[in-house]
Design a protein around this ligand. Sequence first.
Ligand SMILES: NC(=O)c1ccc[n+]([C@@H]2O[C@H](COP(=O)([O-])OP(=O)(O)OC[C@H]3O[C@@H](n4cnc5c(N)ncnc54)[C@H](OP(=O)(O)O)[C@@H]3O)[C@@H](O)[C@H]2O)c1
Length: 321
Amino acid sequence: MTKGALALLIHGGTDNWSPDRWKLRFEDVCRDRRVILMPATGVDPSEVHYAAVWKPVPGELAAFPNLKVIFNLGAGVDALMADKSLPDVPLVRVAVDDLTNRMMEYVVLHVLMHHRQELYLRDSQAAKRWAPKPQWPAGALSVGIMGLGTLGIRSAEVLKTIGFRVAGWSRSPRQVDGVNCFAGAAELDAFLRRTDILVSLLPLTADTRGILNRDIFAKLNHTSPLGAPVLINAGRGGLQNEADILACLVDGTLGAVSLDVFTQEPLPADSPFWTHPKVVLTPHNAADTDPDEISKYVARQIARFETGEALENAVDRGRGY
Ligand SMILES: NC(=O)c1ccc[n+]([C@@H]2O[C@H](COP(=O)([O-])OP(=O)(O)OC[C@H]3O[C@@H](n4cnc5c(N)ncnc54)[C@H](OP(=O)(O)O)[C@@H]3O)[C@@H](O)[C@H]2O)c1
């Protein structure tokens, strides 16, 4: 019997999302089924049983009447959830060590960058100024991670090993060894009060949109050796109020920020973030998805599904992540 085809719907633009590269990887790991890079001519939509997608055009997935599972090729499913015509079949997101460790690297890099006063030191180098300031130990700072899921937990573990005091905030109560865990709206203020460096690894949902705003920043600890708290957002741009961030950098509510994500991507050339001296920005590449790892992951999930095993990392559509 012919196996159901796998359709690839990949729109994104940057080098990592080259559709041809993904097609080659999928053909390698799905040798017994047809892999169709969409849009394609001569395709019978009813032969497609699986779709592996990145930012499909709304309505595109509804064209496959026999679709059984949708695989999102990244961890965040916010773009998909916005598609009102999304077929009502299981939706699986990415959760693999490769991606998790890439995000851990980004978070550790940026926490250390602010902790070790890199902005001041680069500025000193540019000015040929030999004037080191006193340096405090990692244990003098509390890092608070909003979103204690796959990515947040791994980052928390490594930051803890380095010596930072680490807390996490999630929707439901979590327990992570050596990490001070807070949950829900009732415990948010207590979490913020003890936080010097706020790391956002939240999914973008109706509940979290715009959560990184002045109210939250004002509640962070302002008495650490940093002088003013730092924000690091590698979740989604829609989590942050960008006008608030800029205003808070001016009045000292925030001391510096590292932003990997923005409400509009690519970031427009006239955005003040590009040149702001207290902003470290990266072009949404904190944790790239690797076609080799992710294609193998999707092939494994299809094999599980076809032998009646439960799919891993299925999205709860009610929660939105
Ligand atoms: N910049 C990049 O390159 C990049 C790459 C990959 C992913 N991301 C982003 O990172 C996000 C997190 O990924 P993940 O794999 O760690 O997701 P995950 O495993 O689903 O974890 C999400 C965490 O956020 C918490 N959360 C969700 N809604 C909340 C709310 N309303 N209040 C408090 N906590 C809430 C969850 O709480 P519970 O524990 O109670 O469920 C969970 O701890 C993705 O959704 C994506 O947007 C960015």
